[in-house]
Design a binder for this molecule. Structure first.
Ligand SMILES: [Zn+2]
Length: 313
């Protein structure tokens, strides 16, 4: 049953990504490309793709991790949040209609994932390497920092915690409930990753030449925030914590990004040597073809001894 919804979500996400591509990637952006091949892009970005997939997978594997660590947390932190804000979010459901519920469920499940995925794709496609690295780092940090909160500070979704709030999305259809609860224990509230990831996207994209996409995100961000509150998922506190998380992770990425990437690069080079990924560098003195790995930063020419600086992308 849930598979139909998952397939529908994947297809809609792909359609939206194609739509964003035609709307937000201007002709100037396409022209300015240096023309990396797909192979070069994969060689250059595989560590980011792998790390992002790993942290995403970590969250999806929450049930087995909880069991394995014997972290059968037998306490509930919902009362703390309720103490702070009470039934504040109930107001967001005052204009509830079935159409709005369907629309907001689409925003929560599909629009959200399409934004995150498109951001990776568009930054790679337009060869904005610094921004792509920053976005990848921020994405990874958002997940890594939120994860311990989900394990150790469980806060139940508002729809099942507050009598004045209906679980509009979860009870929209049994398919929605079973698809979501396959990976989500419904107590991963604090902080909101939906908010953190979309706000991070806005903060990173704001500094790029993707102006139309920036304008879209300025409208999409409050829509995603509204969807989480309206659908009976998040507390207002989670929204604030999610935004604070994006500011924190962007700060870490800006201040320590270079150092983090330098350390990671050592491991990446080791791994590339182990797998046997190849890159050809032409010596700028004697034109000798040096075979090495993509993420190597310096290489000495075996023929003339020149030290060559190399940057993968
Ligand atoms: Zn040489």
């Amino acid at each position: 049953m849930a598979w139909q919804l998952i397939i529908f979500s994947i297809i809609s996400t792909l359609i939206l990504i194609a739509l964003y591509f035609s709307l937000f990637v201007s002709v100037e952006c396409r022209k300015r490309k240096r023309g990396y091949t797909v192979r070069q892009l994969i060689n250059g970005y595989w560590p980011y793709i792998l790390a992002a997939a790993a942290v995403y997978g970590l969250l999806q594997a929450q049930f087995p991790i909880r069991q394995h660590l014997n972290l059968l947390v037998n306490y509930d932190c919902t009362a703390y949040i309720e103490h702070i804000e009470g039934g504040l979010v109930a107001g967001f459901q005052s204009m509830a209609t079935p159409t709005l519920t369907y629309l907001m469920t689409f925003v929560y499940l599909v629009l959200f994932s399409s934004i995150v995925m498109f951001t990776f794709i568009v930054l790679a496609y337009t060869e904005q390497t610094a921004e792509l690295k920053r976005f990848s780092l921020v994405f990874i940090l958002n997940y890594l920092i939120a994860f311990p909160f989900y394990l150790l500070f469980p806060v139940t979704v508002t729809g099942y915690a507050l009598p004045s709030v209906q679980p509009l999305m979860y009870e929209l259809h049994p398919m929605v409930y079973s698809a979501i609860t396959m990976v989500d224990p419904l107590d991963n509230c604090f902080p909101s990753l939906h908010v953190a990831l979309v706000f991070s996207t806005l903060l990173v994209i704001y500094g790029t030449n993707l102006r139309r996409y920036t304008v879209f995100l300025i409208f999409a961000f409050p829509t995603v925030v509204f969807s989480t509150l309206y659908l009976g998922v998040h507390w207002a506190t989670d929204i604030i914590a999610g935004m604070a998380l994006s500011v924190l992770t962007l700060h870490i990425a800006n201040k320590y990004g270079e150092q983090i990437l330098q350390h990671a690069n050592i491991a990446i080079v080791e791994l590339e040597m182990l797998i046997g990924v190849k890159e050809t560098i032409i010596c700028n003195m004697c034109a000798y073809k040096i075979i090495t790995v993509p993420h190597i930063q310096f290489v000495s020419c075996p023929q003339c001894g020149t030290r060559i600086e190399h940057s993968v992308l």
